[in-house]
Write a protein that binds this ligand. Structure first.
Ligand SMILES: [Zn+2]
Length: 128
C-alpha cells in the first residue's frame, strides 16, 4: 500500500518537472522552471517527513487497551523483553508485545495477535 503511494508521488513529481521543463522551454527558461519545480517538490517532501518525524516523537506510547479501560502509558506495566519485542501488561491483565516498528500485539493463548499499529502521523490504528 505504502509502496503504491510512493510510486504515485514519484511519478507525479516527475510529471511536474517535465511540465515545468516544457513551459520553461516555451518561455526560454529551460533550466530555471524545472529547477524551481524540483526545489518546490523537495521542500514539500521535507515538510512531509519533518511533520512525520515530529508527530512520531510526541505520539502516545500506548493506545487504549484491548478492553477499552486503560488509556495511556500509566496503565501499562513493563514485563521484560522477548527477543526483539517488549512485553507489557495493562491493568486488566492483558499482555502485549510491542515491536520496535510500533506494532502492538495482544498475547492470546501464548500467541501474539496483531492489535494496533502506529500510523505515520502518530496515531494508533488497528493493524490491517
Ligand atoms: Zn486494560
Amino acid at each position: 500500500m505504502g509502496d503504491v503511494i510512493r510510486l504515485i508521488v514519484l511519478l507525479w513529481s516527475a510529471a511536474v518537472v517535465v511540465v515545468a521543463a516544457f513551459f520553461g522551454m516555451e518561455k526560454g527558461h529551460a533550466i530555471l522552471y524545472p529547477s524551481v519545480a524540483i526545489l518546490a517538490i523537495l521542500l514539500s517532501y521535507g515538510t512531509y517527513y519533518g511533520i512525520a518525524l515530529l508527530t512520531s516523537l510526541c505520539r502516545p506510547p500506548f493506545p487504549r487497551c484491548k478492553t477499552g479501560k486503560c488509556a495511556g502509558v500509566g496503565y501499562y506495566r513493563y514485563l521484560g523483553t522477548e527477543g526483539d519485542l517488549k512485553k507489557y501488561q495493562c491493568e486488566c491483565g492483558v499482555e502485549y508485545l510491542l515491536s520496535r516498528h510500533g506494532e502492538l500485539k495482544v498475547v492470546e493463548q501464548g500467541k501474539g495477535v496483531p492489535f494496533m499499529c502506529h500510523s505515520r502521523f502518530g496515531r494508533w490504528r488497528p493493524c490491517s
